[in-house]
Design a binder for this molecule. Sequence first.
Ligand code: RFL
Ligand code: PHB
Length: 391
Amino acid sequence: MRTTVGIIGAGPAGLLLARLLHNAGIDSVVLESRDRAYVEQRQRAGILEQGTVDVLRAAGAGARMDREGLPHDGIELRFDRRRHRVDFPALTGGRAVMVYAQTEVCKDLIALQLKEGGPLLFEAEALAVEDAGTDSPRVRYRHEGRESVLECDYVVGCDGFWGVARKAVPEHLSRVFERTYPFGWLGVLADVPPSHDELVYARHDRGFALLSMRSPSVSRLYLQVPEGTDAADWGDEEIWDELERRFETGDDWRLERGPITQKSVTPMRSYVHEPMRHGRLFLAGDAAHIVPPTGAKGLNLAVGDVVTFARALVHLGETGSAERLDAYSETCLRRVWQAERFSYDMTTMLHRAPGATPFDDRIQLARLDRIATSRAAGTDLAEGYTGFPLD
Ligand code: RFL
Ligand code: PHB
């Protein structure tokens, strides 16, 4: 098989890229190792930045998001039994975010791709990217028990953190920047209306907690837990008790409980692979970088990368200039490092590290108090949360 752009991975990065290329009249083939049901049900992100919302709409993939998504104009920070609302539009000149789950973004893009786009092969596992340094890179893959080769002009590795694309960058050209955190998130889905109409990020001496949502009737909640925790170690009532403690306030706010339908633990890491391009192989999304989920940036960064790639390829077609493609890695990395910084700041401000001292606690509270009392500090958070510009 031959195509212009071979895309490895049908997560948000690969699926959106296929859509953007289709809209620009550029053909692609998407290879996805898992089956469709798995990709459509994998619970992950919930927050779309303003820029991501705009991109999905412009790509013709925003109709259901606009019907069913929940526009949010702020978040609440909770600390020391206090509640502080960060008002995004007021601080950013009108920017906001949308609560619309990654599962739904993927379902919408898969339906569009199967109806209007090029081939999207499920249960097609990429084994290796070959000849990335030449004009005709190839992807070796296995589909329906047979090994085949996809011949491409360009390969985009959208295959997530555990994928194969990154391995095709020669080791002596790669640099990795990494930090792991000694805690993870226990995430639950619960059939109960969210106890607050906006997300609540809580800093507590017992650890971080987050209240989010999937719809007006489904809550998504997270608890900071020690690294290596098994979700099965936590009973449902124990989870609710702990959430209640960490969300405590000085007023009469109450956490509503309901049946927990899913439970899992996510490790936390910051990771950047430089460069994001080698010859005609481009890395996008989690294949190139990971952020801890505290800043809600992962999916949005993936969107930024593929928009940058698609625009650069269109620019090449229209002008004959490869300048933007050549600048892909630097262009993306500038934005990636801002998101890494933001996610790191949010994580270290809100989580209690094992061995944290009373001094560390006071510094965290002072950082939160600064956001609550200084418009400049509040604006910095609001700009970071609603997203850094794409250009
Ligand atoms: P994905 O989604 O991991 O997709 C990669 C796809 O590649 C496939 N694949 C292969 N296919 C073929 N051949 C191979 N050899 C392959 N190897 C892998 C995989 O099966 C998969 O389908 O990467 P992508 O597209 O870069 O998207 C990144 C996002 O998924 C990720 O950054 C976010 O989910 C992170 N994240 C959040 N991001 C946000 O922007 N806002 C949030 O609120 C947010 N919350 C979260 C999150 C991630 C979480 N977890 C579980 C890590 C909350 C959590 C709990
Ligand atoms: C989610 O709803 O899954 C979610 C929301 C905000 C975050 C991380 C995850 O920072």
